[in-house]
Design a protein around this ligand. Structure first.
Ligand SMILES: [Zn+2]
Length: 400
């Protein structure tokens, strides 16, 4: 049995590598503390492991790191160096909710917004775009609102057509966007317009764009007059939960970011080379919204024997519920938050270690049940993912 001191050192290295990679530290990590991040990570005791969470460390940084722009990791488990700020107001855009300080992105994201907003401003009734969250100054996980947006490559764009681009700071906090779907979630409503479709098409045609998440009724509307020549861009428009008040543009890994992990499956793989206007799309407005089927009156269950595991043929109700609600193909995008959020209490020191380690790499999800968190299968998976994000890939993953 290793001593606690020995057991924690790999965690310390992981933490320092993660913050070093995204903090632009010239030393590039290693065993030393990262002073730039204001946190000592050379040796973490159990008490220290209950300290600040990764989202708190990333969220506390008001400025980006210096150095070249680089995105690290994956969209929902990453960070970024050398990000730049989207100017709060430009000729064809305004950044919204400035108090969040999430108008930072990879330079390619900023130039994409300049270009798309200029195209939007040519649409009748649109003076440009209202831009929602991009990312924090150093990317990374956030306290609230998103599972992705961690590499400076995800951009939320409001559905509300900007009437003017001189909103004050306080107006940008109080104004709300509009939804483009009906309350039964099956169709677009009267807010949806050909201009929305044209702006989404322009975004999807941009070669920098990997995919765009939007509410399913919007894609269904766009499928109605689809021509064969639209396939390549239309397959990038992906239906997903929410995304009726905004759409979410995800850029491809930019040149010069070798640590950026390309998302798989690709949109071409998901849609089998088609445009995605198929039954995987209608699933979102039929099965995904269907009320749970009433189960037939169960026979009186036999008393459960103590210690006997449930049969796999009769999964517990929560498992059935998840199967029903999770789509057949999710694009690997953000999971609805909350359900799998890491519990803050009751974790053993080992699992507090995982929380810090994986949190530093942007991982925010672990099972809420301490019993499940203790599963070696789960622990290994999460930690190896964290290791891949912001570290020297030549090193072994350590004891976890
Ligand atoms: Zn988003």
């Amino acid at each position: 049995m290793k001593s606690p001191k020995t057991r924690f050192w790999p965690v310390a290295i992981l933490m320092s590598l993660a913050l070093g990679a995204c903090g632009g530290s010239p030393s590039g990590g290693g065993g030393g503390a990262s002073e730039d991040e204001g946190v000592s990570v050379t040796m973490l005791s159990a008490a220290e492991l209950s300290g600040p969470k990764a989202w708190a460390l990333f969220g506390a940084k008001p400025e980006p790191s210096s150095g070249p722009a680089q995105s690290w990791g994956s969209y929902a488990k990453g960070c970024a160096g050398g990000l730049v700020e989207l100017p709060e107001t430009g000729p064809t855009w305004q950044a919204m909710r400035l108090s969040r300080n999430r108008n930072w992105g990879h330079p390619e994201a900023i130039s994409f917004i300049r270009d798309l907003s200029a195209q939007a401003a040519r649409q009748p009734g649109w003076s440009g775009l209202y831009v929602g969250d991009i990312g924090q100054p150093r990317g990374g996980p956030m306290k609230s609102g998103h599972a992705s947006h961690q590499m400076g490559l995800d951009i939320d764009i409001w559905m509300l057509p900007p009437q003017r681009l001189n909103l004050s700071r306080s107006e940008r906090e109080s104004i709300s966007s509009i939804s483009v779907k009906t309350s039964d979630q099956r169709r677009v409503n009267g807010n949806w317009s050909p201009q929305h479709a044209a702006i989404l098409e322009a975004a999807a045609r941009d070669p920098r764009v990997d995919r765009i998440f939007v509410t399913a009724p919007a894609k269904i509307a766009m499928c109605q007059n689809a021509r064969p020549s639209d396939t390549a861009w239309l397959q990038k428009i992906r239906p997903y939960w929410s995304h009726d008040y905004h759409f979410h543009v995800r850029l491809k890994c930019p040149a010069g970011s070798p640590g950026c992990i390309t998302q798989t499956p690709t949109v071409s793989q998901i849609s089998s080379g088609g445009n995605g206007c198929d039954d995987t799309l209608t699933w979102w407005v039929t099965d995904a919204l269907a009320p749970p089927k009433p189960s037939p009156e169960p026979a009186k269950p036999a008393p459960r024997k103590r210690g006997k595991a449930r049969s796999r043929a009769q999964p517990p109700p929560w498992r059935l519920e998840r199967r029903r609600r999770v789509p057949a193909q999710t694009d690997g995008a953000a999971r609805p938050m909350g359900k799998f959020r890491l519990g803050r209490d009751g974790a053993t020191p080992e699992f507090r270690a995982i929380e810090v380690t994986s949190g530093a790499a942007g991982e925010g999800f672990l099972p809420s049940s301490p019993r499940k968190r203790r599963s070696p299968r789960f622990a290994g998976k999460k930690v190896s993912g964290a290791w891949r994000c912001c570290s020297n890939p030549g090193r072994p993953a350590g004891y976890l």
